[in-house]
Design a binder for this molecule. Sequence first.
Ligand code: SF4
Length: 361
Amino acid sequence: MRHISEYRDASRMGPLLDAISASVARPINLMEVCGGQTHNLLKYGIDAMLPEQLTMLHGPGCPVCVTPLELIDQAIAIAKIEDVIVTSFGDMLRVPGSHTDLLGARSEGADVRIVYSPLDAVDLAEKHRDRQIVFVGVGFETTAPIDALAVLRARQKDLDNFSLLAAHVLVPPAIDALLCAGDVNIHGFLAPGHVCAVMGYTEYEALAERHGVPIVVTGFEPLDLLVGIHMAVRAIQTGQATVFNQYRRVVTREGNVPAQQTMRRVFALCDRKWRGLGLIPNSGLRLRSELSRFDAAARFGVAGLTARESTECRAGEVLRGALQPPQCVAFARECNPDHPLGAPMVSAEGACAAYYNHRRT
Ligand code: SF4
């Protein structure tokens, strides 16, 4: 297949659904890790067409959703400092912090701007030498290389008014933590295709072997998802605990080596707190010590800020696959896109937003 429309060809879906049904011989819980996959499963009604014995659990692969509350509070605290411009991607602005969100801070006078790339923030720093420019960098291995490039460009241009509030997280340690916790029965995973396009999938091979589950690197289009699900179900039924690559048109085993090298020049591993999953060792990226002058949390003295998650919002359970969004009592009532109680209702990749947009009734 060469065109994207072919990956959405409804006439090819029926035979795949039949093949999946024929392969499922017992109850199976399969987790798609990425929020983009969750949205397409619901948007195209795939989850509703799967056999009853097969349950899709939605994983922690929404970067905005797993960003801890204190990161939002830190960004807001920095935005309130005079002569600071805080920049980020659009959906970060509406993620609730402890008391308000970045949009709320902007309405109270803070200079908060949407950018489409961290490199735009570097350009802003070059243009406004008298202001401090902070980029709030959240995301998985997909966004880390471009954030790393922004830091390298700021160093090359000798910009002492650019800094990064970094909260990057890594997928494999999160899968490991979910499987070690063991409170949700997960028989297999659809790994995020775009993360694996950068990182390859060698890390997932060790995970599959250690935990005895198959992991299928999967794309995002309807036929990608159905083929990925079929591969995972067959592997579960036949006891193959290994990695399969459905997304071969994009992903290689080694991934994008230059992008990985750029990341490693700028970032080192660190323990990171995830919303809903708690502190996961070596699951995040921090700036290397030789680049610590670009660390916004240290520059503005907000690293020590802590926050307590809301008891109203059950995002933690949603992100672990322990709760489907409609099972939250606030879903589509107190919590909706106009008045979100938690990040999964705000983010373009959030599971609660996916159910709200595609499966409210
Ligand atoms: S529906 Fe709203 S309150 Fe419930 S878990 Fe999702 S974001 Fe949180």
